[in-house]
Design a protein around this ligand. Structure first.
Ligand code: SF4
Length: 146
């Protein structure tokens, strides 16, 4: 039987695409390959940003990197390309990395590089949800295991 497609943050699968050049491999997330066909995406790379890159945070309607560059356009492009990949694959669910200004859902950093989290969604998580895709993070895999 064909497995259901699941859009997944590539860093959770071990891809070294994070701003610091590392990954955030999650063994629990990887186990979901038994029931889902993974569609890995890294929205920031899809938006044209290099790896490594300065960290970025959402500040109001913009996304700013720690070195003061406005990277809103790249984040929006990466979100649009991730949505396109989800649609192409027929994915209606996504498993994204918590806390990221692209992938985070529910909580994101406060925009001042203070280490504090505030309520909000990453740019890609928000766009996916606006388009009917249910977004989950590695902090709560239970809904994807049912
Ligand atoms: S943009 Fe998403 S997939 Fe890419 S490194 Fe950040 S959290 Fe991981």
């Amino acid at each position: 039987m064909k497995k259901e497609p699941l859009l997944v943050s590539a860093c959770l699968l071990g891809e070294k695409c994070r701003y610091d050049g590392g990954s955030k491999y999650s063994a629990k997330a990887a186990l979901l390959a038994e029931r889902y066909e993974f569609v890995p995406v890294c929205p920031e790379v899809l938006g044209g940003l290099p790896t490594p890159r300065p960290p970025s945070e959402i500040l109001g309607a913009r996304v700013m990197s720690k070195d003061g560059a406005d990277v809103t356009a790249q984040f929006r492009l990466g979100a649009a390309r991730s949505l396109e990949m989800a649609r192409k694959a027929g994915a209606v669910k996504a498993l994204l990395k918590s806390g990221s200004p692209s992938c985070g859902r529910g909580l994101v950093h406060d925009g001042f590089f203070s280490g504090k989290l505030v309520p909000g969604n990453g740019v890609t998580a928000a766009l996916l949800e606006e388009n009917g895709i249910s977004v989950h993070t590695e902090l709560d895999l239970a809904p994807l295991e049912r």
